[in-house]
Design a protein around this ligand. Structure first.
Ligand SMILES: [Fe+2]
Ligand SMILES: [Fe+2]
Length: 350
């Protein structure tokens, strides 16, 4: 039991300096930056997204009502929706008391929220790299607004976890590996593909589905705010890469398509709350196998790709070589998906 190092937070106390010392980690990156001396801001889609980003800034402290009541120990199991229902055929879960089941739900939610937080930190670091290495002036300005957006996302999830949920899991190894790859690759376009299209695209799917598995209204409002920003980030990636990828050689395109596929593969098959299963002494292989057998759970795993696959297609990375691989991954049905989401439409038409 208890392999994962979970941080517990007492009411209203943020991490101390000592905690930060203990968990910081160094990486080195061969970043290739560029100045751009042409300050002509073309009236293109990137500039319009930049203007939209400035108008849509929000404040974690002001625009969310942190005073609304929420007692996680009084939540009902049914309010955890799919997260509860999908375990109802699983013996180790069924044999628990209602109180213990609620504890499982708290831990599962803590795990997901923690991965959101760590992913947002990754996005913050990548976005700041994009300011340096994006080749055009408009993109540098846009990346600056994204960097600030990501800072607010980190702030929001961190505050939520520390003051409301009070439990934090470490980053899961596969997400960390993917972030490392994106942060340390010299090629700026791989950063765009990995972060803007794949991680943020998947996050959009996960953010949209998450409120159905959590009863706290404040969390729903917080996620809704973040979704607006993420829609813009993905749109930025699409507009920018669309032009760029057209100019690459066939070989270069295939390399990027394969990279995109590998990243999706990791997120499709290796993104499980193993650390939580471990905490309850559940056999990892058995639990994952059980989960994969649940239709609703498979549907969710597929659902989160609904933005990623059309994005890859649009920028020209759904090549003949990788297409069959995405088919085997079971996510190709999204390739022509057109989202009705208002935020998405607004970002797309900027
Ligand atoms: Fe974000
Ligand atoms: Fe983002």
């Amino acid at each position: 039991m208890g392999m994962a190092k979970v941080h517990d937070f007492k009411s209203g106390i943020y991490l101390t300096n000592e905690d930060f010392h203990e968990i910081k980690e160094i990486f080195h990156t061969p970043l290739t930056g560029s100045y751009n001396w042409d300050y002509t801001a073309a009236d293109d889609k990137i500039n319009r997204l930049y203007q939209l980003a400035k108008k849509r800034q929000w404040d974690v402290e002001i625009d969310l009502d942190w005073s609304q009541k929420w007692d996680k120990d009084k939540a009902r199991l049914e309010d955890y929706g799919l997260a509860h229902q999908s375990y109802l055929g699983y013996e180790p879960y069924l044999s628990l008391s209602d109180e213990e089941k609620l504890n499982v739900q708290h831990k599962l939610a803590a795990w997901s929220l923690s991965q959101f937080l760590h992913g947002e930190q990754g996005a913050l670091l990548v976005a700041s790299q994009l300011c340096s290495c994006a080749p055009t002036y408009n993109a540098k300005l846009y990346a600056a607004t994204q960097t600030y957006d990501e800072a607010r996302h980190v702030e929001a999830f961190n505050k939520y976890i520390q003051t409301r949920h009070k439990e934090m899991y470490p980053i899961t190894p596969d997400l960390k590996m993917l972030l490392n790859k994106i942060l340390t690759d010299e090629r700026w376009d791989l950063k765009f593909i990995g972060m803007q299209l794949i991680i943020e695209g998947l996050a959009l799917g996960a953010f949209k589905a998450f409120p159905q598995t959590h009863p706290d209204k404040l969390l729903h409002q917080l996620i809704e705010k973040i979704i607006q920003d993420e829609s813009r980030h993905v749109t930025f990636g699409i507009h920018y890469l669309e032009q760029h990828i057209k100019r690459l050689s066939e070989d270069e395109v295939e390399q990027r398509a394969e990279f995109a596929y590998q990243a999706c593969l990791i997120m499709r098959h290796r993104f499980h709350p193993n650390e939580v299963f471990d905490d309850f002494g559940w056999d990892l292989e058995e639990t994952i196998k059980y989960n994969d057998g649940i239709k609703a759970r498979r549907d969710f795993q597929t659902f989160i790709f609904q933005r990623v696959i059309p994005s890859l297609k649009r920028v020209g990375l759904l090549t003949e070589t990788v297409r069959p691989k995405f088919e085997r991954l079971g996510v190709i049905q999204w390739e022509d998906f057109d989202d009705e989401d208002v935020n998405w439409k607004e970002a797309q038409s900027a």
